[in-house]
Design a protein. Structure first.
Length: 344
């Protein structure tokens, strides 16, 4: 059934619709795989609809645009992302394989996001990491993370409901990152901590800090529960296409007591399935020809500022500016920013 067209004056009042996943941001390190999944036999991942082949050649990590058996024949078709060589800049950090998406001449290790609670050389137990797929572009996955209050409803069976004595949210940004801190007092205790962590209290104080490296679609999520345990999470929503992303996650629960330290990382798969049930129907609607695709509230400060950052970066890159601002501090230590070790 056709809907009546809006008047010209009404159309002018509507802001441009947010259409995520349309412009791949460049000049960033993107985590494409867990290191232990890459061996001497070639495997492949998808990055912005481009294949990336990964393998170890005499122990050396290698990433190419084409299968190694066809690399010499197809090298003439190599893209600007490998400067015509067919080989991507690639490195390992925090137990993940990172591929540079952009001009290879600008690929510097100083632009790898800092993750202070995971050893740079990796080596955490396998039970702390995993991967899953979301039927959503990476930008929507990042927005979902920034909406920390959604966990009170979508993940209440794990994290607890929305009831608390006090709930406060702050948001800060740089030209490349966004940080949100949610502090709750007297919040309903997380059921998973009660069942697997031995927490007897009915309420907990909670501080969740989320720090997103916008270009890399990488989120640091550090949550402190009192009484309870710290839950440090590295969440990477690597874009495969405009309606698909691969999530590699690492949750360093080594300081928590058993069985919580083993159970909590595996709960990531339940959280992923719950999130995907919400994101799957949203993603394609942004590309449908309807009058109003996006009903996000401008009062949601975190996602509004995140969208503004993405749009600013997109506008700069469309004009040929791929440089990082002086305030970016991508590889700087984020311990203090994440409030690690600080009282709530």
């Amino acid at each position: 059934m056709n809907q009546p067209a809006l008047s010209t004056s009404r159309q002018r009042q509507l802001p441009p619709d947010w259409v995520p996943g349309e412009f791949p941001l460049r000049n960033a390190w993107l985590p494409v795989s867990n290191s232990r999944h890459v061996g001497s036999r070639p495997t492949w991942r998808t990055l912005h609809s481009r294949p990336v082949f990964l393998w170890r050649q005499q122990g050396k990590l290698t990433a190419t645009e084409f299968h190694p058996a066809k690399l010499s024949d197809k090298r003439q078709a190599a893209s600007e992302f490998t400067a015509g060589s067919g080989y991507y800049p690639v490195l390992e950090r925090y137990g993940l394989v990172w591929v540079w998406y952009g001009n290879p001449d600008d690929a510097h290790e100083s632009l790898v996001p800092n993750v202070p609670y995971i050893p740079a050389e990796g080596g955490l137990p396998a039970y702390m990491s995993g991967h899953l797929h979301l039927n959503s572009c990476a930008e929507l996955a990042m927005e979902n993370l920034l909406d920390l209050t959604h966990s009170d409803f979508v993940h209440a069976n794990l994290i607890g409901d929305e009831i608390s004595e006090q709930d406060e949210i702050t948001v800060d940004t740089t030209s490349e990152t966004i940080t949100m801190v949610r502090t709750c007092r007297g919040k309903t205790a997380a059921p998973i901590m009660q069942k697997a962590g031995g927490i007897k209290a009915k309420t907990q104080d909670l501080r969740s800090t989320i720090h997103i490296y916008v270009r890399s679609h990488v989120a640091l999520v550090y949550s402190r529960f009192i009484p309870g345990f710290d839950v440090p999470l590295l969440h990477c929503s690597t874009p495969e296409s405009r309606n698909s992303c691969r999530v590699n996650f690492i949750m360093n629960t080594g300081a928590a007591k058993a069985p919580f330290r083993y159970v909590m990382p595996q709960a990531g798969y339940m959280v992923g399935a719950q999130d995907n049930s919400m994101l799957r129907p949203q993603a394609p609607r942004y590309h449908e020809q309807i009058e109003r695709r996006d009903l996000n509230s401008r009062f949601d400060a975190a996602t509004t500022q995140y969208r503004h950052l993405v749009q600013q970066l997109t506008a700069r890159q469309q004009q040929g500016d791929f440089a990082y601002g002086s305030d970016a501090n991508i590889s700087g230590d984020k311990t203090a920013l994440l409030r690690i070790g600080m009282p709530i």
